[in-house]
Design a protein around this ligand. Structure first.
Ligand code: ADP
Ligand code: MG
Length: 626
């Protein structure tokens, strides 16, 4: 039989990423070994699980391990596992392409970043897994056979655009990755990866906790029995005092496939009838797919030290999807399934405790590590706030750890607690306004009187803010009040405002009739100091942004009519009132009414129903002034 060798092209994203690796700017090249050992360990986990579930599968699981081999003459390093292996199609899909969502964005950002340190950061954030081999090797050969399959596959590439793939008859089950090493180069941080001492050191440093044995023959005794070089202790089962921060960090990188250090490590231990241990991490960077539909979530589930599943969604709610780590439960069955997990009361209790622990950890960070907290909030706050919509039990806890932009400080966000402490005498509400950006909100006319009176307003610019502010009753007994909705009574002089209402009654009625369907009502405002008019919603109306969001999602909505408020102190408004009382020709005045309404819409960054008509009226008006 002649072997059939095919040459295939890498997917274009993969090609670009490989180029980055070949001409690597990533300084810590040793990390390639962590990635290969991590993949081998995952493959062993998967095989054990599959053999356990599928009794028909004919595999030997008695000596699952990772073996490292060096050949000093050929200058190769081989990482071998007898794990699950891959089929030909899996090799093409998993090694030839990058399925990671956000890759295209990553590469775009990468291209725009000329600065080496920033690019390095980006690679770290993205994590390149298997491709990191090309930082240290100019050719990589992978031989693999899927557990249960008759035939194996050989894959080879120099990372330059294409790879070859061919069937191999006698491949052992599992995967071996052979790196044809580049010459060692101290300046490039390329160490001698044929040195047993170097390899041992790297494994101890990055992969010590891997529960499978990682074996290697001792230096100079290549024929001797290989020895196990990792301690294999599950980190979460060791007393905290025995584990160094660096070990936690490396473990985090293994479970999360992230190259950055974690922001926070969370340990939990529950004893009693339902015993479990958890080792959770808050990442320091949001993943690129945090807001993508196909994102994964959840922690790894172990039962009595045995890996059971990745991305266990049953243990973490959607809004904490960025939390990584391991939960090891003592009292579950090894063949526990997703369906069982969903119904298990103990699992639900465990999840509740994990959630509370994560939230309380963030709360502690606020006081003990304020910088870490602000990093956390700017990376993940948008996701965490989603919890306000469905996790009623923890609503207060979430509000407690939230922070928001505010008119109080242009640089630093505020917590609600701090806001409440600064509230003015007699102020009953927490004022906020939603909008697309800080600048649009700050420049909107609704803000004027609040600014003049020194009342603090929260500036909410995340899309999710539009949703939760309507459903959350309040914080610390204080209700949230939009400054662009409902009646805001900032005028304390009741008598004067009554007199004003009478004075303007005719104007208000006439304008209401003139603008007709375009508005719900016309009334006087206490929100304005310099603008003539603004538009506001009723207390329970959808905000314009939310309305836009719903329409973008394809929902049909009745038109939301808004209220036009006039500033009784503004010359344009007072003159319009006088003109109305004195003129017979009201048609000309109707144009002014329309302009006023249009200006109010523009001032809050809104859109005109008929911009052409607005322009026409405005042009005619301007012409007459010349
Ligand atoms: P990640 O581990 O983050 O998924 P990698 O680039 O490290 O990304 O690996 C890509 C995929 O290739 C893995 O998800 C796995 O499915 C497959 N793979 C890599 N190495 C092995 C291996 N030794 N055995 C089986 N599958 C592997
Ligand atoms: Mg990997």
């Amino acid at each position: 039989m002649t072997a059939h060798v095919e040459t295939l092209e890498f997917q274009s994203e993969a090609r670009q990423l490989l180029q980055l690796m070949i001409h690597s700017i990533y300084s810590n090249k040793d990390t390639f070994l962590r990635e290969l050992v991590s993949n081998a360990s995952d493959a062993l986990d998967k095989l054990r699980l599959e053999a356990f579930r599928d009794k028909e599968l004919e595999v030997d699981t008695s000596d699952l391990h990772v073996a490292l081999d060096v050949d000093r003459e050929q200058r190769t390093l081989t990482v071998r596992d007898n794990g699950i292996g891959m089929t030909r199609d899996e090799v093409v899909k998993l090694i030839g392409t990058i399925a990671k969502s956000g890759t295209a964005e990553f590469l775009r950002t990468m291209k725009e970043t000329r600065d080496a340190a920033a690019s390095q950061d980006l690679i770290g954030q993205f994590g390149v897994g298997f491709y990191s081999s090309f930082m240290v090797a100019d050719k990589v050969t992978l031989v693999t056979r899927r557990a249960g399959a008759a035939e194996g596959v050989r894959w080879e590439s120099t990372g330059e655009g294409t790879y070859t793939i061919e069937p191999v008859a006698d491949a052992p089950q599992g995967t071996s990755v052979t790196l044809h090493l580049k010459p060692a180069d101290a300046e490039e941080n390329l160490h001698d990866y044929t040195s047993t001492a170097t390899i041992t050191q790297i494994v101890k440093r990055y992969s010590d906790f891997i529960t499978w044995p990682v074996r290697m023959a001792p230096e100079g005794e290549d024929d001797a029995e290989p020895t196990t070089i990792n301690s294999r202790k599950a980190l979460w089962a060791r007393p905290r005092s025995e584990v160094t921060d660096e070990e936690y960090t490396e473990f985090y990188k293994h479970v999360s496939h992230d190259w950055n250090d974690p922001l926070e490590t969370i340990r939990m231990q529950a004893e009693g009838t339902f015993e479990y241990q958890a080792l959770l991490f808050l990442p320091s960077k949001a993943p690129l797919d945090l807001f993508m539909r196909e994102r994964k979530r959840g922690v790894q589930l172990y039962v009595k030290r045995v890996f059971i599943m990745d991305d266990c969604e049953e243990l973490m709610p959607e809004y904490l999807r960025f939390v990584k780590g391991v939960v090891d439960a003592q009292d579950l069955s090894l063949n526990v399934s997703r369906e069982i997990l969903q119904q298990d009361r103990q699992i639900q209790l465990m999840r509740r405790r994990l959630v509370k622990k994560v939230l309380s950890t963030v709360k502690t960070m606020m006081t003990e590590r304020p910088d870490a907290y602000s990093t956390f909030w700017s990376e993940f706050g948008r996701a965490v706030k989603e919890g306000l919509l469905d996790d009623f039990e923890n609503r207060d806890a979430i509000l407690d750890i939230a922070s928001f932009d505010s008119t109080h400080d242009a640089e630093k966000p505020t917590t609600l607690r701090q806001y409440v402490e600064r509230m003015k005498e007699g102020q009953e509400h927490v004022y906020y306004m939603t909008g697309e950006s800080r600048a649009t909100i700050e420049n909107s006319p609704h803000m004027e009187a609040f600014r003049a009176k020194g009342l603090e307003v929260l500036l909410l610019t995340d899309p999710v803010d539009e949703m939760w502010v309507d459903s959350v009753p309040g914080f610390d007994g204080k209700q949230f009040q939009s400054i662009a909705k409902g009646q805001v009574d900032l005028n304390s002089d009741a008598e004067a405002s009554e007199a004003q209402r009478e004075e303007f009654a005719e104007l208000l009625t006439w304008m209401g009739e003139t603008l007709g369907d375009a508005v719900k009502e016309v009334r006087l405002s206490t929100r304005l100091t310099t603008s003539p008019a603004c538009v506001v919603g009723d207390t329970h109306d959808l905000s314009p942004t939310l309305e836009k969001m719903y329409r973008a999602m394809g929902q049909e909505l009745p038109q939301v009519k808004r209220i036009l408020e006039l500033n009784p102190e503004h010359a344009l408004v007072t003159r319009l009132r006088t003109a109305l009382a004195e003129t017979e020709d009201r048609a000309g005045l109707a144009d002014t009414a329309e302009l006023l309404h249009g200006m109010a819409l523009l001032a809050e960054g809104g859109e005109l129903a008929d911009p052409a008509r607005f322009n026409r009226i405005l042009a005619t008006r301007l012409e007459r002034t010349l």
